[in-house]
Design a binder for this molecule. Structure first.
Ligand SMILES: Cc1cc2nc3c(=O)[nH]c(=O)nc-3n(C[C@H](O)[C@H](O)[C@H](O)COP(=O)(O)OP(=O)(O)OC[C@H]3O[C@@H](n4cnc5c(N)ncnc54)[C@H](O)[C@@H]3O)c2cc1C
Length: 478
């Protein structure tokens, strides 16, 4: 008989969280800690969403999205998770750029960038100070008509090299482009510039297992392999969810599933105002990604001077379409040294990541898909050769992931890596006004993307759910 992943589940909870990405888990943890009865349902066979990892023979573990986040992650983990998790957050010091315009290494914080812009790029200090202050002063309520391109033009007109230095890592970190509102750049860039780039030492597997243990301590009932097919709505209120053929009642739902999937697939557009449906239909998804995972043979060392994060490109100019093009010219290499998993086997790994279009991969037949993956691997190894000489001889295992892989594991529409573009934030925030008890937390609007953005969005939404639950009465069983 197939295993019942809902065995022992209650017929009713205060809140059901759909999806165990960082936003979903954070919401569940805070609500559980506040004493609410919480059920967390994840369709995949492990928790974490895009914050995930996989293992391969030879003691190799690959992280999918553990490449770097701002310092704020430490504070959020301390406050909303626990000290043990927060204490594993450490800084990455070797951030490298290598492209036809410049090659340099930086600690990627305001002090170092000020020195670089002044000495290497010959920008007057006053302009640099004004630029940083403008970026740091940006917030959600600012004028959204200024684009990132216009922001750069204001301070560094005609300086394509500086645009590249300032934009390349952010495009990689949240999929934002020069055409997006400047605040999506300013807020995220300033978060990084505050102290630099940080990572979780111990690996994503360690982080997620510690989060799972913390949720259990806080009474959260979490289930894997539970694919929610419907959010039940009656008279404009959330009544429950349908999962694995079972109905479970609740007063609130926090959906960590893709925003568009939540509205159009899980709820159904008939439950919303026509104007809201129109706005939701207009929400653009963010781009997807490809990755190549490479494991180094035991005993082979990669010198740490190779860098922690390497933004490399052979393109002469920095352009959004080039970053997404299937004919890849820009890659970000993450180098994982044995210190990444101090308690694990002493292994080196390299992951190459590139932003990508869903359309370049979606409709390929099996043979064309496999050939395209092979080409992705070979061209990535060619590019790596410059930084890790004879890399093919040093590598024991290599494989690739595509937008189809991300779609397969997370159900994100079009394999979106960073949720939606900016307009998604307003739609996500508007859900509870449409249906009482319906909330969404997860990568939206660029600002609320990435590990820190997702966790912080989970915090904001859980506070709102907490207030709503305290105010409303229990539903009568139907
Ligand atoms: C290749 C790549 C590299 C990245 N690198 C970085 C990085 O270096 N730094 C950084 O900060 N961020 C990075 N990110 C982004 C970051 O990983 C995400 O923004 C963040 O993890 C998203 O969290 P989330 O809470 O939005 O949910 P997700 O991680 O998107 O999880 C959503 C969850 O919901 C589940 N789900 C969906 N539908 C259902 C359903 N119907 N029933 C049950 N469960 C469901 C999914 O299975 C999934 O587990 C990267 C992303 C990618 C793809």
């Amino acid at each position: 008989m197939p295993k019942d992943f809902l065995a022992g589940v209650q017929s009713e909870y205060d809140v059901v969280v759909i999806g165990s990405g960082l936003a979903g888990m954070t919401s569940a943890n805070i609500l559980g800690r506040a004493g609410h009865r919480v059920l967390l349902l994840e369709q995949h066979y492990k928790l974490g969403g895009l914050a995930t990892w996989f293992k391969r023979p030879g003691g190799h573990t690959f992280d999918i999205s553990l490449h770097g986040f701002p310092y704020g992650m430490l504070k959020s983990c301390k406050r909303y998770w626990n000290d043990d998790i927060a204490s594993n957050i450490v800084q990455l010091n070797n951030i490298r750029f290598d492209n036809p315009m410049f090659s340099l290494t930086t600690t990627y914080n305001r002090e170092d960038f000020t020195a670089l812009l002044e000495s290497h790029f010959k920008i007057p200090r006053e302009t640099i100070v004004q630029f940083f202050d403008t970026a740091r002063g940006m917030n959600f309520y600012d004028d959204q008509s200024l684009s990132t391109r216009e922001l750069f033009h204001k301070f560094f007109p005609g300086r394509e090299d500086i645009v590249r230095l300032l934009m390349e890592p952010i495009t990689y970190a949240n999929g934002s482009t020069l055409e997006d509102p400047a605040i999506t750049y300013g807020i995220v860039f300033s978060n990084f510039m505050a102290k630099g780039v940080f990572i979780y030492e111990g690996g994503t597997d360690d982080l997620v297992s510690k989060m799972q243990a913390e949720m259990t301590r806080n009474g959260v009932d979490s289930r894997i392999k539970c694919d929610v097919s419907k959010i039940l709505v009656q008279n404009g209120k959330v009544r429950g969810v349908e999962v694995n053929g079972k109905q479970i009642r609740c007063r609130a739902v926090v959906s960590n599933s893709n925003l568009r999937a939540t509205i159009f697939n899980l709820v159904g557009q008939d439950h919303f105002d026509p104007k809201f449906v129109q706005d939701a239909q207009a929400v653009r998804l963010n781009n997807s990604s490809t990755q190549v995972y490479m494991a180094i043979k035991p005993g082979v060392e990669i010198p740490e001077s190779t860098g922690d994060l390497l933004f490399c490109s052979t393109a002469n100019a920095f352009r959004t379409d080039l970053l997404l093009d299937r004919n890849i010219t820009s890659r970000t290499f993450s180098f994982y040294y044995p210190r990444t998993r101090p308690d694990g086997k002493q292994r080196h790994a390299i992951v190459s990541s590139t932003n990508a279009n869903w359309s370049d991969w979606a409709d390929l037949d099996q043979q064309a898909y496999q050939e395209s993956k092979k080409d992705l691997i070979e061209t990535t190894l060619d590019a790596l050769e410059k930084y890790v000489p004879n890399c093919r001889e040093k590598i024991e295992w290599v494989e690739a992931a595509t937008p189809r892989t991300f779609h397969h594991y997370t159900k994100h529409v079009s394999g979106a890596s960073f949720g939606t573009k900016f307009e998604g934030l307003g739609v996500s925030r508007g859900l509870p006004q449409q249906i009482q008890g319906l909330y969404h937390a997860g990568s939206v609007g660029i600002i609320m993307s990435g590990w820190l953005g997702a966790i912080n969005y989970g915090v904001i939404v859980s506070n709102e759910v907490d207030q709503m639950l305290s105010k409303t009465a229990l539903p009568t069983p139907s």
